[in-house]
Design a binder for this molecule. Structure first.
Ligand code: PLP
Length: 282
C-alpha cells in the first residue's frame, strides 16, 4: 500500500507521523472520503471543494489547490491499483508542542492519504437497513467534516449494539442525520430532508440525490421534521459516499411503510447507478 504524506508517495514503513501532530492530540483537522468505481474517481471535485471549505471554516489554509488535491487522489488510486473502494484524505493543523491555541505560521498543515478497497454494499442496498434513534450530543458545527467524531462513534456503537446498521441523530426532537450519513423520508410522494445548515454535514451524496429527485420531478422539502414524523413516512433512506442510497426498513424496530424498500427509493437507486460514469461504461 502506498500512502501520501506532504507531497510524497510512501510505503507504510516510510510513513512517519508525529505524536505532536494536532490531529492526533486535538482532532484538529478535517478529512474527506472519495469513492472510486472501477478505477475512476466519483464526484472528486465536489469532495475537494468541501475539504477546502471545511479547512477554511477551522481557519486552516491548505497549501494545495483543488486540482492538486484531485491529482493526489488520482495518483494514490493508480499507485494502489484501486478498483472499487475509496480514498481517505485528511489534513491537520500540523506538528507543534501541545497548547490549544494555533501554532505560529511557520508550522505547516499535514496532509495524508491512503486508499481502501471495499465493495459496494449490494446486499444492504437491496434489503435495506435498520436505524436506531440516538440523542444528538455533538457540537453545533456539524457542517464541518471535522476529525472529531466521538459523538458519531458513540452513536454508531449504540446502534450496532442494538443490532442496527446506522444511528439516527435526534436533537430537540428533530431528526438531523445519521452517524455517517444524511437521511431522507418520503411521504405522499414528497421527498423530505433536513436543510443544509450547521446541524448536518451537507453530504455530496445528499446533493446528488436532490439533483436526481429534480430529474424525476419528485417534489422536495428541505425542512426539519420530528422523529414521530419520520416513523410515519412511507419510505426512508440514508445516503453517504459508501452507503450510496440505503433503504431504511425500520427505525427503533418499527417498520417504515410496509417494512420493505419503497418504490421511489428504488427509482432513486436505479437513477443513481445510471449516473456513475464508470459503472455505466463497465
Ligand atoms: N453526515 C455525516 C455526519 C457523515 O459523516 C457523512 C459521511 O461520512 C455524511 C453525512 C454523508 O456525506 P457524503 O455523502 O459526502 O459521504
Amino acid at each position: 500500500m502506498i500512502y501520501f504524506k506532504d507531497g510524497e508517495y510512501l510505503q507504510e514503513e516510510q510513513m512517519n507521523l508525529s505524536m505532536n501532530d494536532r490531529g492526533y492530540v486535538f482532532g484538529d483537522g478535517v478529512y474527506e472520503v472519495i469513492k472510486v468505481y472501477d478505477g475512476v474517481l466519483y464526484t472528486a471535485e465536489e469532495h475537494m471543494e468541501r475539504l477546502l471549505e471545511s479547512a477554511a471554516k477551522i481557519r486552516l489554509t491548505l497549501p494545495y489547490t483543488l486540482e492538486q488535491l484531485v491529482g493526489i487522489a488520482e495518483r494514490l488510486l493508480q499507485e494502489n491499483e484501486l478498483s472499487v473502494g475509496h480514498i481517505y484524505l485528511q489534513v491537520t493543523r500540523g506538528v507543534a508542542p501541545r497548547v490549544h491555541q494555533f501554532p505560529d505560521h511557520s508550522v505547516s498543515p499535514v496532509l495524508t492519504g491512503y486508499t481502501v478497497e471495499n465493495p459496494r454494499p449490494l446486499e444492504q442496498l437491496d434489503k435495506g437497513a435498520a436505524m436506531k434513534s440516538v440523542e444528538d450530543m455533538r457540537w453545533l458545527r456539524c457542517d464541518i467534516k471535522s476529525l472529531n467524531l466521538l459523538g458519531n462513534v458513540l452513536a454508531k456503537q449504540e446502534a450496532v449494539e442494538q443490532g442496527c446498521q446506522e444511528a439516527l441523530f435526534v436533537r430537540d426532537g428533530i431528526v438531523r442525520e445519521g452517524s455517517a450519513s444524511n437521511v431522507f423520508g418520503i411521504k405522499d410522494g414528497i421527498l423530505h430532508t433536513h436543510p443544509a445548515n450547521n446541524f448536518i454535514l451537507n453530504g455530496i451524496t445528499r446533493r446528488v440525490v436532490l439533483q436526481l429527485a429534480s430529474d424525476l420531478s419528485i417534489p422536495v422539502q428541505e425542512k426539519e421534521f420530528t422523529l414521530a414524523e419520520a416513523l410515519a413516512m412511507d419510505e426512508f433512506f440514508f445516503t453517504s459516499t459508501n452507503a450510496e442510497i440505503t433503504p431504511v426498513v425500520t427505525i427503533d424496530r418499527q417498520p417504515i411503510g410496509e417494512g420493505i424498500p419503497g418504490p421511489l427509493t428504488r427509482q432513486l437507486q436505479k437513477l443513481f447507478d445510471e449516473q456513475i460514469p464508470a459503472l455505466v461504461a463497465a
